[in-house]
Design a binder for this molecule. Structure first.
Ligand SMILES: CC(C)(COP(=O)(O)OP(=O)(O)OC[C@H]1O[C@@H](n2cnc3c(N)ncnc32)[C@H](O)[C@@H]1OP(=O)(O)O)[C@@H](O)C(=O)NCCC(=O)NCCS
Length: 218
């Protein structure tokens, strides 16, 4: 099975009220590259610094294709699920990514959520909506028990994402992740399947079900 076939990739699409999530494929390169280059300053300060010699996927379609292939292998192994976020009337305008990573089974049944969006598309609550779509996939299709998002205290925009969704603040983990070359403290936010079950109807009403074109929120 390969997601280099866009038709197959689309068959694994997840939809919200406005967003469509699907694995990125090689043919997304031009749109992905354009957004990543234009939003470089907006994004890089919140991301791990590339390792010396690490290939830059914005520079070469083949590197981007390899990245898509690696994500597809993770999907096949059940260790990670990466999605592009698409919006617009045809839900075909690429605006960002949201990922489930480090899926662990056994007694943990946990995964980590990471996300980013094009600066030009920020402020439309696309990421909170995508997060709810991903929660439904994680809890109802993958049967995971817990999702965690980790946020640097000064990243106000990202804190707003989890506040809008009512995720539980589990406190600060000190020097938790390397971001842009520095070991940064992170606030860990989590949601468990019990919390998803309790709030499922509100989440679906607030973010997924059609509202006649209105933007959603809780
Ligand atoms: C954090 C991020 C994913 C939020 O995505 P989003 O789809 O814009 O989320 P929202 O629309 O809910 O906006 C969240 C907050 O961002 C802020 N915001 C909105 N538009 C903004 C803009 N153009 N520039 C800066 N901040 C903005 C607002 O405070 C907003 O809260 P509000 O809706 O209460 O006003 C996005 O800002 C981003 O990609 N930032 C850079 C990368 C990053 O921080 N990734 C997350 C690491 S944990």
């Amino acid at each position: 099975m390969t997601w280099s076939n866009p038709t197959r990739a689309h068959s694994s699409a997840l939809t919200g009220r406005r967003v469509l999530l699907r694995p990125l494929v090689t043919s997304d390169f031009d749109a992905w590259r354009e957004v990543r280059i234009r939003s470089r300053d907006w994004l890089l300060k919140w991301e791990p610094r590339p390792l010396p010699g690490q290939p830059d996927a914005t520079e070469d379609r083949r590197i981007f294709a390899a990245r898509c292939g690696a994500r597809e292998r993770e999907r096949q192994l059940g260790s990670g699920y990466g999605f592009g976020i698409f919006v617009g009337p045809e839900q075909d305008r690429f605006v960002g990514e949201i990922n489930l990573s480090s899926v662990q089974r056994g007694p943990y049944q946990n995964a980590y959520v990471g996300y980013w969006i094009d600066e030009a598309a920020a402020g439309n609550s696309y990421v909170p909506e995508a997060f709810v779509v991903l929660c439904r996939f994680a809890f109802e299709d993958l049967a995971l028990h817990r999702l965690q998002a980790s946020i640097i205290p000064r990243n106000g925009a990202s804190h707003r994402v989890v506040e809008k969704l009512g995720l539980r603040d589990e406190g600060v983990a000190q020097r938790y992740l390397e971001i842009n070359g520095t070991w940064e403290d992170h606030v860990r936010y989590a949601i468990t399947s019990e919390e998803w079950d309790d709030r499922r109807d509100d989440y679906l009403r607030g973010w997924i079900q059609p509202l006649g074109g209105e933007a959603g929120g809780l």
